[in-house]
Write a protein that binds this ligand. Structure first.
Ligand code: ZN
Length: 260
């Protein structure tokens, strides 16, 4: 089980070293912005690295929305990130499930996801696995609760789609962690990556506020049980930089008995 952290994009391999991480996740552009990613000068070094790389797509992306002025640029930005992530040898591109606006029909949101994959297919398809991540908040989300996730997977049944399970988002989103992995896999058939985070917000609070693994409102033992059951690579997106994330990684290695 490869364990790592979400790190700054300037020098991800140095960040991995500092945390003894076997995997890193980072952004390729401003996560709050619409700019396409620029080619990286260190692309060759990243491709050759022993550390597994994951790219997180910008937060502004929402391919589900009925708002054309967000949905259309979101599709383009997602595909642009997919090519840039493939260029550096990333194992997957993580993107949030997105949502529709209040009063809009969620089933159109699921169909917009299908159209996103159809749009990519027109130019040869996504060049690396797209991992859709569950989210914590909102009443009109495509991947907050598992009933919505099931409808999303149904809409995407003609396409190859991966899943990223965020433990903070699941708990704060209102899904019990006990047996969560079985319930998710019954829908998706797979978990490609775990975002291992404790939660500052309580159960079903809808708050996307990550905490270190032994802090927060989730029992750390339960967290470890979910991560073990998932059997997928793990990225911590926890606070505290090198010290905080390094401690979280060490904690997981100790609890999971994976060594380093
Ligand atoms: Zn996450």
């Amino acid at each position: 089980m490869r364990i790592g952290a979400h790190v700054d994009q300037a020098d991800p391999l140095a960040e991995a070293d500092a945390r003894s991480a076997e995997a890193v996740q980072f952004f390729l552009s401003d996560p709050q912005g619409w700019k396409a990613p620029k080619p990286r000068a260190d692309a060759d070094r990243l491709r050759a690295a022993e550390v597994d790389l994951y790219v997180h797509a910008p937060y502004v992306i929402n391919v589900a929305t009925l708002n054309n002025r967000i949905r259309i640029p979101s599709r383009k930005l997602l595909l642009g990130h997919a090519h840039a992530a493939a260029e550096i040898g990333a194992k997957g591109l993580i993107v949030h499930g997105g949502h529709v606006n209040a009063g809009d029909d969620l089933s159109v949101g699921f169909d917009n996801w299908r159209k996103t994959f159809a749009y990519a297919a027109e130019s040869g398809g996504f060049p690396l696995p797209i991992l859709i991540e569950n989210t914590a908040g909102g009443d009109n989300a495509c991947a907050r609760r598992l009933d919505a996730l099931a409808r999303l997977w149904d809409a995407l049944s003609d396409h190859e789609v991966g899943f990223c399970l965020d433990t903070c988002h699941a708990y704060a989103g209102g899904e019990e962690l006990l047996d969560l992995v079985d319930r998710v896999k019954a829908i998706t058939g797979r978990i490609d990556l775990v975002h291992a985070n404790n939660s500052k917000g309580g159960f079903n609070s809808g708050q996307d506020r990550h905490d270190n693994l032994d802090g927060g409102t989730i029992d750390p033992e339960l967290l470890v049980a979910v991560i073990r059951a998932a059997g997928a690579p793990v990225i911590v997106e926890t606070p505290g930089g090198v010290a905080g994330q390094g401690a979280d990684i060490a904690f997981l290695r100790e609890q999971l008995g994976t060594g380093a």
